[in-house]
Write a protein that binds this ligand. Structure first.
Ligand code: 4H6
Length: 221
């Protein structure tokens, strides 16, 4: 899979070359191409933003550098082109699984007050939000999408973990414990050290239901 990221802040993506995602890239299972939109400006001062028509606060990203960057990296429109924006469809695990089936994704990161609507209308397939809150730019959402999608690439994470996850989907995770058996006076729940796998499964299911009812009752409806 190839993921193109178009941004005015390419240095924000250096963490992707380390850790688990970095290994998938090194193994050639995943190709991440970061493109600096500023490389495509025709302005002698490398300007990529301008004042909004109709007035109002702040600046708007100009359409030309973005359009030229998209045409350069995806000339034949092979990628599913996504604009990270607070007004998009909201990301969830079903969307992640849907994206992971694609050969190519293109993630456009906006800044300032947003981008000229014509670039969205002409070059973008969908607007996507990572949740109902506002950030200074689309870079952190793009990183979230890249990370979540990369987990479905062969070998990035344990296949058993993904299977477990799909089995328990719609519910929040049960609590996990590791050694020591007593930490700062707090014991690991007895059932987990009993060796009774049936009882362990029952306990975990109940814990999942309780934490879901408390924190995300909407998931139980
Ligand atoms: C597009 C339009 C995504 C992108 C406006 C992006 C939150 C999310 C942005 C803006 C984002 C999300 C610019 C509006 C800064 C607010 C970048 N914020 N903003 N929830 N910000 O996925 O001002």
């Amino acid at each position: 899979m190839r993921i193109d990221i178009l941004t005015l802040f390419p240095e924000m993506f250096t963490p992707l070359s380390t850790s688990i995602i970095g290994r998938a890239v090194a193994d050639k299972k995943l190709e991440i191409v970061i493109t600096d939109i500023r490389d495509y400006t025709l302005d002698k001062h490398k300007k990529c933003d301008d004042t909004p028509f109709g007035g109002g606060a702040g600046m708007v990203m100009m359409p030309q550098p973005i359009a030229d960057a998209i045409k350069a990296v995806d000339p034949n429109h092979e990628a599913h082109r996504v604009f990270l924006s607070p007004r998009g469809r909201v990301l969830n695990q079903s969307v992640v699984i849907e994206f992971a089936k694609r050969d190519r994704l293109l993630l456009l990161c906006g800044h300032y007050e947003g981008v000229d609507q014509r670039v969205i209308d002409l070059y973008i397939d969908e607007e996507l939000s990572v949740g109902d809150y506002v950030l200074t730019g689309g870079e952190i959402p793009a990183m979230a999408v890249t990370d979540a999608v990369s987990r479905y690439i062969d070998g990035v994470i344990n296949a058993e973990s993904l299977k477990q996850e799909s089995f328990s989907s719609g519910m929040l995770e049960y609590p996990q414990y590791t050694r020591p058996q007593v930490f700062e006076g707090v014991k690991v729940p007895e059932v987990l050290t009993s060796g009774n796998h049936g009882e362990v499964d029952k306990w975990r299911k109940k814990q999942s239901e309780e934490i879901t009812a408390k924190n995300r009752p909407d998931l139980l409806k």
